[in-house]
Design a protein around this ligand. Structure first.
Ligand SMILES: Cc1cc2nc3c(=O)[nH]c(=O)nc-3n(C[C@H](O)[C@H](O)[C@H](O)COP(=O)(O)O)c2cc1C
Length: 221
């Protein structure tokens, strides 16, 4: 179920969470966990409700400052055994974006009209759970883009085919000059939105996927 929700001002959510770098250094994890008040927690939920996969972008380039914030969000991701087994490749050249748009027959073509893609590549030699770590980083990119008033969409590469001869990750690896141990997992297309999508109404959303104590026993909130 969708409900209309006005998009908040870019950065509104992160502005509410006033953790400055120097403060994070001084603050213990326990203190930080207690810090956000109820209103701030509700703002994270608002961000999650507003986040949608948006595939149409204007031609306006994404400012480098915003790209840096998006990259910071990914760099803040938790990681199994603190390996951070990923490399992020920022792609802005039109010709290269057009090549990436052809990575697979379906679900990537809209990159032809995106001003930016960040390709999340997993280091398969560094960690056995690179898929999980890369997925968290990719999602945080997507979420931070939403917070900045940008549109974005995940483009799946892992386990997808470019054509009958080549996998989508192999095709992308060639374009980005990746060595064999770096596997491109996903490309996150980012730009200014050329369409608006309704926010999600969580009241009934996928409640049937939640059980209490044992599978199938409804969770009654
Ligand atoms: C793991 C994953 C892979 C996805 N792959 C693609 C993709 O290749 N192409 C695409 O257009 N959207 C892709 N999406 C976006 C989904 O289609 C989208 O999240 C879903 O339809 C729900 O819509 P929403 O994100 O607006 O809530 C992917 C999303 C995830 C989480």
């Amino acid at each position: 179920m969708n409900m209309p929700l006005n998009n908040p001002a870019p950065g509104a959510y992160s502005a509410a969470l006033t953790l400055l770098p120097q403060q994070t250094k001084q603050m213990s994890a326990a203190q930080a966990a207690q810090r956000p008040n109820q209103q701030e927690k509700a703002m994270l939920l608002d961000l999650l409700r507003t986040r949608r996969s948006v595939r149409r972008y204007t031609e306006q380039p994404v400012e480098t400052e915003k790209i840096n914030q998006i990259l910071e969000a990914a760099r803040l991701a938790p990681s199994s055994k603190s390996k951070w087994p990923w490399q992020l490749v920022v792609v802005r050249e039109r010709e290269r974006l057009d090549q990436l748009a052809a990575a697979k027959p379906h679900g990537a073509a809209f990159l032809k009209h995106a001003p930016l893609a960040i390709v999340v590549c997993g280091d398969t030699a560094a960690s056995d759970v690179w898929v999980e770590d890369c997925s968290i980083a990719a999602f945080l990119l997507h979420l931070e883009a939403t917070d900045l008033g940008l549109a974005s969409c995940w483009v799946q590469l892992r386990l997808r085919e470019h054509d009958e001869q080549q996998s989508a990750p192999d095709y992308v690896a060639r374009i980005l000059h990746l060595p064999p141990h770096l596997q491109p997992l996903a490309m996150v297309a980012i730009g200014y939105p050329a369409e608006s999508k309704a926010a999600l109404d969580p009241t009934e959303l996928r409640k049937d996927r939640i059980s209490s104590e044992r599978l199938g026993e409804p969770w009654r909130s």
